[in-house]
Design a protein around this ligand. Structure first.
Ligand code: M6R
Length: 618
């Protein structure tokens, strides 16, 4: 949720930390702060509520120092404010800490530390859970432990999942980092006589592509030339860094007004890259070299459960559809945050597929952990981030090749996840002999048209802008879909909510008459997803019912569908797609509609209020 950066080297740390935070701002953006220490151990801390630009102005006044840590926050404990922004210092003023995650036992720890604070005549200076960490470290330093031991002790006392960076005035040539559980990653970047720390690669890429990812339980002691990892069992080693293959240009906004718009336009490419080499026609095969699950496992699957959250849950719902229709085996989907808490019964031979673009979402990781501990069922992660926690927990992964997604609203990773799930359905169906070579070829040929379906959908941008102009001030939307378009209706509503702040509901069209229809009047626009297909007639019946209540209907259907366009008030045509592939033709239009509505309302599209790109807290 929050973004963490760190630097130790020969340059002035402040500007480097600030630039790193700018590249991580999608992780949290309600307040931010930077702390730097100079060679003599003088510490300066600057924190500001609001966006990073507010901090940027403030740090001009900051003394320089070549060691420092920084943080951009998504508030959990305590409102966004200067005092609750990180870094947090110990009451002694010697220790500074930034954290991503939640200290679940912070009340207990505060009570324990209270005596020490009372004795010193000091009080807590924030409402955060994080502040106990520098205090715990400080207490151990006073008791004579080294900083490394004190940090290890403090981390050991925390309950929950935490990613931490820390520094100490008495040790100005080092920074420290720690990772406990799945609170998002910590990655160390190797420079020339300088080292970097970040929660995510984009902050490191302008400086280095040589990196090392901390594992759960690692504490890293970092100076300007080396890293030493201390593990929970106190053994230490010098890690071997790896090279990452990511282009810094991929994380620039380029000529686009927003990252979301850029990423919508990148979808055809993201799809082709994700499919490339994985859908072969002669002889037909899907994911032949990309799914490290033994063939016996694939053959023995009797049921598939697809899980995820938010947009990834909607991809999971569509994936369920394909696994049933393409692979021909029973499949279900579940909301990962609900799944593990209802003691689910998986039964034998269930394959669990976890969809998470970030690979860090705590609800999804919690569900995967539950599966591993209670069922030992095989798991496949569908994720855009190689080496992410989801890939570590899964038995096999399908890595999307969408490139970094910066906009908080998931767009290109949604279509990438769809392609991966479709390929997985083909792979399972093929392994189980349920898809003849002829049918498999047909399915794969259809998938290969997906990038062009998306491309043509994107060309409807102008029409989406016109509709947004007309309905940009509406307070509510109902989005209707049936069959494979029902999850898309939910995705359209989610996009409207998260970036346009419009109340929107995604409903199965058949459900509308069972209650939601009571809401409809001329002020309540309804978006109907109505491409031609087996359920088209039922969809048009629902549209008639809406029109009879005088609610304006915006239909998204096949280009040139005269009957439909004459039936509704507003029409957006998309390229006709085979019935199983309509998610690819419709997705860009629902994304662009939400984008354009947000634009007409003048909203902060890439950083919508209250949200963060990666949700690493429960
Ligand atoms: O990284 P994940 O795919 O696991 O994230 C899941 C959701 O948090 C995410 O899809 C969220 O709903 C997006 N903001 C939607 O645009």
């Amino acid at each position: 949720m929050c973004g963490i950066v760190g630097y130790v080297g020969h340059q002035s740390a402040g500007p480097i930390l600030l630039e790193g935070l700018q590249r991580l701002e999608y992780r949290g953006y309600d307040s931010s702060g930077i702390a730097v220490i100079d060679r003599d151990g003088a510490l300066a801390v600057m924190k500001r509520e609001g966006k990073l630009r507010d901090l940027q102005a403030a740090i001009q006044q900051m003394p320089s120092g070549a060691t420092g840590i920084g943080h951009t926050r998504w508030a959990t404990h305590g409102q966004p404010s200067d005092r609750n922004a990180h870094p947090h210092a110990s009451s002694s003023g010697d220790v500074i800490v930034v954290q991503n995650g939640i200290v679940e036992n912070y009340r207990e720890l505060r009570a324990e530390l209270q005596d020490q604070l009372d004795a010193e005549g000091r009080s807590w200076h924030s409402d955060t859970d994080t502040e106990v960490i520098p205090e715990l470290i400080s207490k151990e330093l006073i008791a004579g432990r080294s900083f490394e031991d004190a940090l290890a002790y403090a981390v050991g006392r925390l309950r929950g999942a935490n990613a931490i960076a820390a520094a100490h005035r008495g040790d100005p040539d080092r920074i420290y980092a720690a990772r406990k559980g799945s609170a998002g990653g910590i990655v160390i970047g190797y420079g020339d006589g300088e080292m970097f720390v970040a929660s995510d690669l984009p902050a490191l890429l302008p400086h280095t592509t040589t990196v090392y990812h901390l594992e759960d339980g690692d504490i890293a002691v970092i100076d300007d030339r080396s890293v030493r990892i201390r593990q929970e069992n106190r053994t230490s080693f010098q890690p071997t860094p790896v090279q990452v293959d990511l282009d810094p240009v991929a994380i620039a906004r380029g000529p686009y007004r927003h990252f979301m718009l850029k990423e919508i336009h990148e979808q055809p490419r993201a799809l082709s890259d994700t499919i490339r080499g994985r859908a072969r026609l002669e002889p037909p095969s899907a994911l032949a070299d990309d799914l490290e699950l033994p063939i016996e496992t694939l053959r023995s699957i009797q049921r598939v459960l697809v899980i995820g959250m938010g947009t990834s849950l909607h991809a999971a719902m569509i994936g369920r559809w394909w696994i049933e229709q393409v692979a021909g085996i029973p499949a279900d989907f579940d909301n990962a945050s609900e799944f593990r808490f209802r003691a689910p019964l998986l039964g034998p031979s269930t394959l669990v597929v976890a969809v998470t673009q970030s690979g860090e979402t705590i609800d999804t990781l919690g569900a995967m952990n539950h599966v591993r501990q209670h069922w030992g069922a095989p798991q496949v992660a569908v994720t855009n981030v190689e080496g992410s926690e989801a890939t570590r927990q899964a038995d096999a992964s399908i890595i999307l090749r969408c490139g970094p997604e910066v906009g908080v609203a998931s767009t290109k990773t949604f279509v990438g996840s769809l392609a991966a799930l479709y390929l997985l359905a083909c792979r399972i169906g093929h392994a189980q002999g349920r898809l003849s070579p002829h049918v498999l070829t047909d399915r794969l040929e259809q998938l290969l048209t997906a990038p062009s379906l998306v491309e043509r959908g994107i060309q409807r941008a102008e029409r989406c802008a016109e509709i947004a102009q007309r309905f940009g001030t509406a307070s509510n939307f109902l989005v209707l879909g049936r069959g494979i378009e029902y999850p898309l209706a939910m995705e359209a509503a989610l996009k409207c909510k998260e970036i346009s702040y419009v109340h929107a509901e995604g409903y199965a069209a058949g459900e509308m008459k069972h209650g939601p229809i009571a809401l409809l009047d001329q002020e309540f626009p309804v978006i109907a997803l109505a491409p031609r297909g087996p359920l088209f007639d039922k969809m048009t019946s629902a549209i008639q019912q809406v029109s009879a209540r005088r609610a304006p209907v915006i239909a998204i259907g096949d280009e040139g569908d005269k009957d439909l366009s004459e039936l509704v008030d507003h029409f957006i045509g998309v390229p006709p797609a085979p019935p199983l592939l309509t998610p690819f033709s419709l997705t860009p239009v629902i994304q662009l509609l939400a984008y354009q509505i947000a634009l007409t309302r003048g909203l902060d599209i890439d950083q919508p209020r209250n949200l963060a790109k990666t949700v690493t807290v429960e």
